[in-house]
Design a binder for this molecule. Structure first.
Ligand code: MCA
Ligand code: AMP
Length: 505
């Protein structure tokens, strides 16, 4: 039987007793330990009656067991659907219903909230807690540590990752085995990962960056990871001496630079620092080089495409750019109105095509057709240009999106909730600069006639419906929103007015 993703990321390590995961408490899991755990979970999953192409929705804290659940889904041909641990029950209901998940794996504390949602669609709930306890692993422990991988082709689906849209409803990006494999294998070569690498892994594993970039690259190269539950500066500084490389969002780098314990002595031995998911300020890039002598390698990707471009490993890593298209990936800049290709140097829509580009949005053919052209080019929604040396620059977003600490936030989703409040006539949610998160969320409200909205009361009302990271950091009340002649709210003007709200000059 062949299962390319399993065979080339996981199966290649069968029987290896070299470290794969080093945990902050000193525990080490070898590749063999990890594969045993994954096979037991795969047996448990099929024991629950799951069959290839069934969706498994997973909202659990980062742990070796959580990662083994991903491996088990690949092995059993199930579609892995990881979900941000910050999502509220309201948010989860949509993902579970929309995907038609047959199994939901969550922390025991969420079980009571999830059972009613699961029942509606005949799904079951199993639990997996941060310490590896819970009903899933209890069942897995009684299983054999061997599992014949399900037959899959590269065109079969491996994962759904939900990404929000400008209309407020999330779309399930369908990723195939080939999407994930091609990108992982390309990145190993481009970034020179080998079995000697030890990656300091502090990213969450429910998004592309921590799961498909960081983890898949280490799996494909045979290296290992120092696997941290989250970004804790003390742990990072303590464990960096044992690492060769780190991948992070810009906030990781600004937090490191803000700490005097982060010195060139601590980082000199490191081979590579990579940044992505949000713009790395040229200033951060330069401060990092001054402090450590390392030039951060910045790359650019999306949930729908995995990684598209990267600064070069050997050539000049140019601050403020995202480098060149990766091998096998075509990138062009087009006129957003006409779709015509623009010459180098001109700003337009970034479009990409390659084996990395997803298969479409789950059960949303119109949305897929609007963003994925017949010739295979995906319209990213990012505005950019290609300079005379071929470096890609991202100069803005054609989509209404805020990126806070690497998490994407779609204003529409928050505006709809704010507008529901009886004291609010209308609202505009914008991203403004923030020293730690890069951007943060600001809500601008227009009162309903005769009302005086109280920001604290309104925040309390929307709070339970929205993941914490999406909460507006502040709400301001204005008489009217600026509009253009077409009646569209001019968010650029609002962003300009409030640009210094969280940063001191
Ligand atoms: C936590 N909080 C946040 C964020 N993270 N608020 C806004 N934006 C955030 N990103 C909230 C917490 O709930 C908490 O709320 C308060 O802010 C302070 O939390 P703190 O302890 O400082 O935060 P943290 O736990 O240290 O997390 C910050 C973080 C984390 C390490 C930057 O957000 C993170 O790991 N970000 C990475 C996201 C990521 O992997 N993105 C990749 C997406 P309170 O205390 O008030 O309750 S994939 C992608 O974008 C594409 C494909 C790509 O190119 O990679
Ligand atoms: P997501 O929807 O989580 O996949 O986020 C993808 C978006 O993150 C892209 O469309 C970009 O807007 C942004 N992004 C990712 N990497 C970078 C980067 N290096 N610089 C600027 N923006 C980035």
């Amino acid at each position: 039987m062949s299962n390319p993703l399993f065979d080339r990321l996981f199966g290649i390590h069968a029987g290896k007793d070299t470290p794969f995961l080093q945990l902050p408490d000193g525990r080490v899991l070898t590749h063999a330990d990890f594969l045993d755990m994954a096979a037991r979970i795969a047996n448990a999953l099929t024991g629950f009656g799951l069959e290839p192409n069934d969706r498994v929705a997973v909202q659990v804290q980062k742990s070796p067991e959580a990662l083994a659940l991903y491996a088990a889904c690949v092995q059993a041909g199930l579609i892995f659907l990881p979900l941000n641990t910050a999502y509220t029950t309201d948010e989860l209901r949509y993902f579970i219903e929309n995907s038609g998940a047959k199994l939901i794996v969550a922390d025991a504390a969420s079980r009571a909230d999830l059972e009613p949602i699961a029942q509606v669609q005949n799904a079951t709930v199993e639990t997996l807690n941060p310490d590896g306890s819970g009903s899933l692993m209890r069942r897995a422990q009684g299983m054999l540590p061997a599992f014949e991988p399900a037959q899959r082709t590269e065109d079969d689906l491996a994962a759904f990752l939900y990404t929000s849209g400008t209309t407020g409803r999330s779309k399930g990006a369908m990723l195939t085995q080939a999407n994930l494999l091609s990108n992982a294998e390309t990145l190993v070569k481009e970034w020179r990962f080998t079995e000697k690498d030890v990656l300091l892994h502090a990213l969450p594993i429910f998004h592309t960056h921590g799961l498909f970039v960081a983890t898949n690259v280490i799996l494909a190269s045979g290296g290992s990871m120092i696997f941290l539950p989250g970004f804790n500066l003390d742990d990072i500084l303590r464990l960096m001496p044992g690492a060769t490389s780190m991948m992070g969002v810009p906030t990781f780098y600004t937090r490191l630079l803000d700490d005097d314990r982060f010195t060139d002595d601590l980082s000199r031995h490191m081979r590579l620092f990579i940044s992505g998911s949000a713009p790395l300020l040229a200033e951060t890039h330069e401060r990092f080089e001054t402090r450590t002598g390392h030039r951060i390698l910045e790359r650019y990707g999306m949930t729908e495409t995995n990684m598209n471009t990267s600064n070069p490993y050997d050539g000049e890593r140019r601050a403020g750019t995202v480098g060149f298209p990766l091998p096998g990936i075509a990138l062009k800049i087009t006129d957003p109105e006409t779709g015509e290709t623009l010459p180098n140097g001109e700003t337009g829509m970034i479009e990409v095509r390659g084996p990395n580009v997803f298969k479409g949005y789950w059960q949303m053919p119109e949305k897929t057709a609007a963003e994925l052209r017949d010739d295979g080019f995906f319209i990213t929604g990012d505005l950019g240009l290609i300079d005379a040396q071929g470096y890609v620059h991202i100069v803005g977003r054609g989509k209404d999106l805020i990126i806070s600490g690497g998490y994407n936030i779609y204003p529409k989703e928050i505006e709809l909730l704010l507008d529901e409040h009886p004291d609010v006539q209308e609202s505009a949610v914008i991203g403004v600069p923030h020293p730690d998160f890069g951007e943060t969320v600001l809500g601008v409200l227009v009162p309903a006639p005769g009302k005086t909205p109280d920001p604290d009361t309104i925040l309390q009302a929307v709070g339970p419906k929205l993941a914490r990271f999406k909460h507006p950091r502040r709400l301001v009340v204005v008489e009217t929103l600026p509009r253009n002649t077409m009646g569209k709210v001019q968010k650029n003007l609002l962003r300009d007015v409030y640009k210094d709200m969280f940063v001191t000059a």
